[in-house]
Design a protein around this ligand. Structure first.
Ligand SMILES: [Cu+2]
Length: 297
């Protein structure tokens, strides 16, 4: 497709989405205007019907995000969608509001105003970047993609009290060597002698324990928690809502023991299938990633 045709298509989609937003007006939660545009919007968002039925006005209840470049009147707009393999470049984008202008009023969540997750469609090449915001509303971050293929780019941010994850694709030309997800296992190698164990002490709870050369280590705080977890559904790369558990309250604080308190998260797997888990932790000042595959039956 030519760039012009692609842009024209994009503009048409924007018109549709923004037209829908205008038709819905100020409606919040399950009470929706019955216009066709609003209905189409609902049909396209996974579990939209479920949420409408069970949402009870909780705007943040949807466990799945990142399936759309536009949602709730916000659009992730990348400056370029073609990147060159192995070439360090600057990835630029904006979060565009329904008036067509970049929004600039982002809130800090997990210590940053913007979390950018980049992963190839087959689940390989995971990167977690923290772009910088310019005065005109443009975000930018250095990036280098070592392998050819189609990559999903997730912009995860908070604005006006609500969390958003918008996603779109970038393309790297060249011969593609697709990789299988790692075999489902409860142990993953994070490089340099680091090993991470995954436990599920109860449904909806994931616990990770980090060891180096066979000895448990105490991880350092990273992004305001013991670690950062991204969970993606195989196939559509739906981005799951994950909450770090801080170790207080009902979930039972682990007694502090020598080296190696587990890093815990709450998450809900919304359907059967395989999920890629990317646990990031910090030790000796360096952030590392352990990749797991989890099967939900
Ligand atoms: Cu981040």
């Amino acid at each position: 497709m030519s760039a012009a045709a692609k842009l024209a298509g994009f503009a048409a989609v924007l018109l549709l989405v923004f037209g829908g937003a205008v038709a819905v007006g100020g409606a919040i939660g399950p009470e929706r205007d019955g216009s066709e545009a609003a209905d189409a919007d609902d049909a396209m968002s996974a579990h939209g019907a479920d949420e409408a039925a069970h949402g009870g006005g909780e705007a943040t209840a949807d466990p799945v995000r990142g399936l759309a470049a536009s949602a709730d009147g916000l659009t992730l707009a990348l400056e370029q969608t073609q990147l060159q393999r192995r070439r360090p470049t600057e990835l630029r984008f904006a979060i565009v509001g329904s008036d067509g202008r970049p929004v600039r009023d982002f809130e800090v969540e997990h210590e940053k105003r913007m979390h950018l997750i980049v992963v190839r469609r087959d689940g390989s090449g995971f990167q977690h970047l923290h772009p910088k915001l310019a005065a005109d509303g443009t975000w930018s971050t250095p990036i280098k993609l070592d392998d050819a293929g189609d990559y999903r780019v997730f912009a995860d941010f908070k604005r006006e009290g609500e969390n958003h994850t918008l996603a779109t694709d970038v393309f790297v030309d060249g011969p593609v060597d697709h990789r299988e997800l790692p075999r489902p296992a409860t142990t993953a190698d994070a490089g340099d002698g680091y090993q991470v164990d995954l436990h599920e002490p109860q449904p909806g709870m994931l616990e990770f324990e980090v060891a180096k050369d066979g000895k448990p280590v105490e991880v350092e705080p990273y992004l305001g928690a013991g670690g950062h977890l991204v969970a993606l559904r195989e196939g559509d790369l739906a981005y799951l809502h994950v909450h770090p558990v801080t170790g207080e309250g009902e979930h039972g604080a682990e007694p502090a023991h020598e080296g190696g308190a587990p890093v815990a998260f709450e998450t809900e797997f919304p359907s059967s299938g395989r999920y890629g888990l990317y646990l990031q932790f910090k030790h000796d000042g360096k952030v590392r990633t352990a990749q797991f595959t989890r099967v939900q039956r």
